[in-house]
Design a binder for this molecule. Structure first.
Ligand code: IMP
Ligand code: MG
Length: 202
């Protein structure tokens, strides 16, 4: 009898802690399609022409793309291949959300020491400009390395009031202040592999 009660309690406890672990996690059913891959492809082509035009003086030397891992993975891959000018590729890793999911936390950056940018035309690329803290902080760090020029490009720019007035030089899409996933953007490291961009349902 005693054993049964203890076992029953254990099963109940185990089931509750499991549902607590998964209960708050978002699944793809909590999202709806926002930007289909066809639209991303068309806009990337357009943006590549604009960037190539703006850097037409660098037709020989090319530009150095510094991508912010991991979110900028797909946009850099597609954009760099569509440019009419040569580009070399480097990266830093930045994270502010981590396992927090949709809540922004402390920014951590890795891989800055390695970058050699003196005299180079640098394009810093991230997935999304939200508060602007990531791009702002990275820009300060990259400028210390004396690049010939430094511009910023993001896949998505969130339309919201923010402390900084300084916006990225280029953005592919302006979106509402909502949480998005896919095409590089994650929720707790998931969904980066989705070919389209999805937005959290209200
Ligand atoms: P910021 O520093 O507030 O501009 O945030 C930029 C970083 O937060 C991005 O590089 C993303 O990793 C993450 N982030 C901001 N908004 C979203 C979102 O809607 N979905 C997924 N990640 C986001
Ligand atoms: Mg990111």
């Amino acid at each position: 009898m005693k054993v049964r009660v203890i076992m029953g309690f254990f099963i109940f406890f185990h089931a509750t802690s499991l549902s607590m672990k998964t209960g708050h996690d978002l699944s793809i059913n909590d999202f709806k399609l926002l930007i289909p891959k066809k639209e991303i492809k068309e806009r990337t082509k357009q943006m590549a022409s604009k960037v190539s035009q703006d850097y037409s003086n660098q037709r020989i030397q090319g530009i150095t793309i510094v991508m912010v891992m991991k979110g900028a993975l797909h946009v850099v891959s597609d954009l760099s291949r569509a440019l009419d000018i040569p580009s070399t590729l480097d990266f830093v890793q930045a994270s502010s959300y981590g396992q927090n999911g949709t809540v922004s936390g402390q920014l951590s950056v890795m891989g800055l020491e390695r970058l050699e940018l003196a005299g180079k035309h640098v394009l810093l690329v991230d997935d999304i400009f939200d508060t602007g803290k990531t791009i702002g902080a990275l820009k300060q760090e990259l400028l210390k390395k004396n690049p010939a020029s430094l511009k910023t490009l993001v896949l998505l720019l969130k339309d919201k009031p923010r402390e900084t007035k300084e916006l990225p030089d280029y953005h592919l899409f302006l979106i509402k202040n909502q949480f998005v996933i896919g095409y590089g953007l994650d929720y707790k490291e998931k969904f980066r592999d989705l070919p389209d961009i999805w937005v959290k349902k209200d």
